[in-house]
Design a protein around this ligand. Structure first.
Ligand SMILES: C[S@@+](CC[C@H](N)C(=O)[O-])C[C@H]1O[C@@H](n2cnc3c(N)ncnc32)[C@H](O)[C@@H]1O
Length: 358
């Protein structure tokens, strides 16, 4: 029996793409690290309408609407309405985003970039998602949802998910991504600041998941951009932890990304995190992964500098690098670690796991 079409051209789009062979094409790539350059090489081997569609949706190539499959052309006005595409004179092009497919979920998001992006999806998104287990009926809260990867994955596994995103244009993209996956009925996307965007008494949630912004910043407290994580990179993460006692169900778990500063192999925030978890009634498991240098030429410091130059182009890059490294040094930090935090309500353990690198 043929799959019935829905009345939503966005939901019907992905069904058509799967029939066209686009999911088969994407299945040949490692989806842990979305990599558009590898797609570009693969698209070279396609032809016909699959080639045109892949160029349009994966590589950001312009296309004539009448050269695209009818289901793709029918969805273009919806993408334009969310500022994810432009269309003029029957010719359309995606705006910044590409169509990704990871763990069976379709997602319009921006390809990873060394520069800040608005519709974020990166290797840390996939690494965080791999840590969660969702069961049908779970109530899930995805804070800092971006275009929706975490919450939509939970909904696809049968959970009912509330997604919260600060930027209205990004929460509109998350709603569109929910429709793309036929999940609009099981998701609610709210625009606002973390828990403050929820109705009074909302929850409790079986799972809270937050891929928080963690780029350290030289912006004054309270004036950080949405992709910045405050002076030590953990200010949004702290606010997520603060809300767990009021929002995490008994037996529930929360999953966060974090950038944690380190001195001589010790986490500077270990004492603070241990005290918080004991006071707030959850066990904490911190898994440490990549170690990042903090000298003036390091990738992390140079990213902080170029991020600041975006808003303050007159600033002197060398002086900024000195300010950033000085701020880290005053805290006693010698390196930063990309970390994943798991908080279990009703447990008391505090663990730091550092898997040996293979
Ligand atoms: C690193 S992206 C995470 C995207 C997505 N959750 C993922 O895992 O791929 C962080 C997102 O958090 C949003 N954000 C930053 N501060 C926020 C806040 N206080 N409340 C809600 N969202 C916030 C940013 O706009 C950005 O879209």
């Amino acid at each position: 029996m043929a799959d019935p079409l829905t009345t939503d051209p966005v939901t019907d789009l992905t069904r058509a793409l799967e029939r066209l062979g686009l999911a088969e094409f994407l299945a040949g790539f490692d989806d842990d690290v979305p990599d558009r350059r590898r797609w570009a090489a693969g698209v070279g081997g396609l032809d016909g309408v699959l080639r045109t569609t892949a160029g349009f949706l994966l590589l950001g190539e312009p296309a004539d609407l009448d050269a695209l499959p009818a289901a793709v052309a029918a969805a273009v006005p919806e993408l334009v309405a969310c500022a994810l595409a432009q269309e003029q004179g029957g010719r359309a092009q995606l705006a910044d985003v590409a169509l990704f497919r990871s763990q069976g979920l379709w997602l319009l998001a921006e390809p990873p970039s060394p520069f800040p992006v608005r519709h974020y999806f990166g290797a840390d998104s996939v690494a965080l998602a791999r840590r969660g287990t969702y069961r049908p009926g779970d109530r899930v809260l995805d804070l800092c949802s971006g275009p929706g990867f975490q919450g939509l994955l939970a909904a696809q596994r049968g959970a009912s998910a509330t997604l919260v995103e600060l930027l209205p244009e990004v929460s509109a993209a998350a709603r569109l991504n929910a429709r793309l996956n036929g999940l609009a009925g099981r998701t609610e996307v709210r625009t606002g600041d973390l828990y403050a965007s929820l109705d009074a008494g909302a929850g409790p949630y079986d799972r809270v998941i937050a891929n928080v912004p963690f780029l350290p910043t030289v912006s004054p407290p309270g004036r950080e951009a949405p992709h910045e994580g405050g002076a030590d990179g953990f200010s949004v993460g702290r606010r997520v932890l603060d809300g767990l006692p009021a929002h995490l169900a008994e037996g529930g778990a929360a999953f966060l990304t974090a950038l944690l500063l380190e001195s001589d192999g010790e986490l500077l925030s270990a004492g603070e995190l241990r005290a918080r978890s004991a006071a707030d009634g959850y066990g904490l498991t911190i898994t440490l992964t990549d170690r990042m240098a903090l000298d003036a030429d390091s990738d992390l410091v140079q990213t902080v500098v170029s991020d600041h130059l975006d808003t303050d182009p007159q600033a002197d890059p060398a002086a900024l690098a000195a300010e950033v490294t000085g701020a880290f040094a005053r805290r006693g930090a010698r390196a930063a670690r990309l970390a994943y935090l798991r908080a279990d309500r009703g447990m008391a353990d505090f663990r730091i796991i550092e898997p040996a690198r293979t």
